[in-house]
Design a protein around this ligand. Structure first.
Ligand code: FAD
Ligand code: EPU
Length: 339
C-alpha cells in the first residue's frame, strides 16, 4: 500500500522554510512504491510535483495536488577495475552524505561538490556545480520513468543535454520524468584534482596534502564563509544563474566597469557574476520584514523567519528590474518557483 498523507506542512521539506501545505503527500520508500505509484491513476487525475530535499525551490502558496517525495535508498557498485568504479545510487540518498562516502572510499570526481544540499536524484536536474566541477563530469547515466506512459528509461550522459545549471530534465522532460537512480563513474587512483577555482588551491594547502579528503574539507570551509546554513537562515542557494553573454556585451560592460568579474565560458561566451551585478545595484544586505539579500553573498535571497513565497518572489522581481535598468542584463532564476 502506498502511504498517502493529507494536508501535510511543507515547511520541514523546503530549505527556504516557507510555511505552506500540500493537499496530498506520497513518500516513495522503495522501487515497489514507485511501481505502485505508476500503476495507480493518481498522476493522471491530479496535478503533482516531485519534491527532493526542497533546496532549490520556492513555494508561493499551498500546493493543490500531490507532492511526491522520493526516499529510495541504496548505493551499489555495478562495475570496477583497477582505475575506475561505477556506482548506482538511489534517488533518495542525501547528496552530501554520498559525497562524504565517496571521498572516504577513495573515489575521485565529486569532492568539489561537497556541501551541496539535496538528494542524489535531483543532482542531474540542474547539473549541480561548484568550484570548477559539475555533476555531468562523473555522471554515466540517469534512470527513471516517463510519467506520461510509465516506461522505464536509462538516459546516458549525452542524452541528458547537460549545460550550465540545466539539463533535459529542466527543459523537454520538465515534470514528466521521475528519476529513480543515478549512475556515476569515479577514479580509484591517479585522480584528476580540479583546483582551478580562485583560492581553492591555497585553501587545500592549508589542510595539508592535496587529496580527496583535504579538498572536501577546504570546499566545506569555503562554503561556510559564503553561504548561509539553511538550518539557521532560510535560503535556496543562488537565487539566479550567472548570466552568460556574447563577447560584444562582455567587452562593453568591462570597458565601463573595469573591476567587474568576467569569466570565459563555453564557445566564445562570457559568464558575468550575478552577485556582483546585484551588489552594484545596492541590494546586498537589504532586508524588509523577514525577506532579504544575504549580507555575505548578494546572489542568495533569505527568509529570516516568516517570509512568504510571494514576498521572496517580489524581491526577486525587484532585483531583476534594477539589474535590467542598470546593466541591460536579464537575470534568470535558478530556483524553481512552485505555485
Ligand atoms: P528540490 O529542490 O527538491 O527539487 C529541485 C527540482 O528537481 C524540482 O524541479 C523537482 O521537481 C526536481 N526533482 C527533484 N527530485 C527529482 C526526481 N527524483 N525526479 C525528477 N525530478 C526531481 N546548487 C548547485 O548547483 N551548486 C551549489 O553550490 C549549490 N549550493 C547550494 C547551497 C545552499 C545553502 C542551498 C540551500 C542550495 C544550493 N544549491 C546549489 C541548490 C540545490 O542544493 C541543488 O539544486 C540540489 O540539487 C537540489 O536538490 P533537492 O533534492 O533539494 O531538489
Ligand atoms: N561577488 C560579488 N558580490 C557578492 C558575492 C560574490 O561581487 O556578494 C563576486 C566575487 O567577488 C567573485 C564572483 O562574484 O568574483 C563569484 O562569486 P562566488 O565564487 O561566490 O560564486 P558565484 O558565482 O556567486 C557560483 C554558483 C554557486 C557555487 C559557487 C562556487 C551559480 C548561480 N552559483 O556562485 O552555486 O557554489 O559559484 O562555485 O552559478 C547555487 O547554484 O545555488 C550555488 C550556490
Amino acid at each position: 500500500m502506498l502511504k498517502i498523507e493529507e494536508l501535510v506542512s511543507l515547511k520541514p521539506y523546503n530549505t527556504f522554510g516557507i510555511d505552506v501545505k500540500a493537499d496530498y503527500f506520497i513518500t516513495l520508500r522503495d522501487e515497489e512504491d514507485v511501481r505502485r505509484l505508476l500503476r495507480e491513476s493518481y498522476l493522471r487525475s491530479n496535478r503533482f510535483f516531485i519534491l527532493g530535499g526542497g533546496s532549490n525551490i520556492l513555494f508561493v502558496g499551498d500546493y493543490r495536488g500531490i507532492v511526491i517525495h522520493p526516499d529510495m535508498r541504496g548505493i551499489e557498485v555495478i562495475a570496477e577495475d583497477e582505475n575506475h568504479i561505477e556506482v548506482k545510487v538511489a534517488a533518495g540518498e542525501d547528496w552530501d552524505s554520498f559525497v562524504a562516502y565517496a571521498v572516504q572510499q577513495g573515489w575521485g570526481g565529486i569532492e568539489n561538490l561537497s556541501g551541496i544540499p539535496g538528494q542524489v536524484g535531483s543532482a542531474p536536474i540542474q547539473n549541480i556545480g561548484a568550484y570548477g566541477v559539475e555533476v555531468k563530469d562523473t555522471l554515466l547515466a540517469v534512470e527513471g520513468y516517463m510519467l506520461d506512459n510509465q516506461e522505464f528509461f536509462r538516459l546516458n550522459n549525452f542524452d541528458c543535454e547537460f549545460g550550465y545549471r540545466t539539463s533535459i530534465f529542466k527543459t523537454k522532460l520538465s515534470g514528466r520524468f521521475l528519476i529513480t537512480a543515478v549512475v556515476f563513474r569515479f577514479t580509484r587512483r591517479n585522480h584528476t584534482y580540479n583546483l582551478s577555482y580562485q583560492g581553492l588551491s591555497r585553501a587545500v594547502q592549508n589542510e595539508g596534502d592535496v587529496n580527496l579528503q583535504n579538498i572536501r574539507k577546504a570546499v566545506l570551509l569555503t562554503r561556510e564563509t559564503k553561504l548561509p546554513d539553511p538550518r539557521k537562515i532560510g535560503n535556496a542557494g543562488s537565487f539566479f544563474k550567472n548570466p552568460v553573454v556574447g563577447q560584444g556585451k562582455a567587452y562593453l560592460l568591462k570597458a565601463e566597469y573595469p573591476e567587474m568579474p568576467l569569466f570565459e565560458s563555453e564557445k566564445g561566451k562570457y559568464k558575468l557574476s550575478a552577485a556582483w551585478l546585484i551588489e552594484q545595484c545596492g541590494w546586498k544586505g537589504y532586508r524588509k520584514n523577514d525577506v532579504g539579500v544575504y549580507e555575505k553573498q548578494a546572489l542568495v535571497l533569505v527568509n529570516y523567519g516568516s517570509a512568504s513565497g510571494e514576498e521572496v518572489l517580489e524581491l526577486a522581481s525587484n532585483i531583476q528590474q534594477s539589474v535590467h535598468q542598470k546593466f541591460d542584463i536579464e537575470l534568470e532564476m535558478e530556483v524553481n518557483i512552485v505555485a
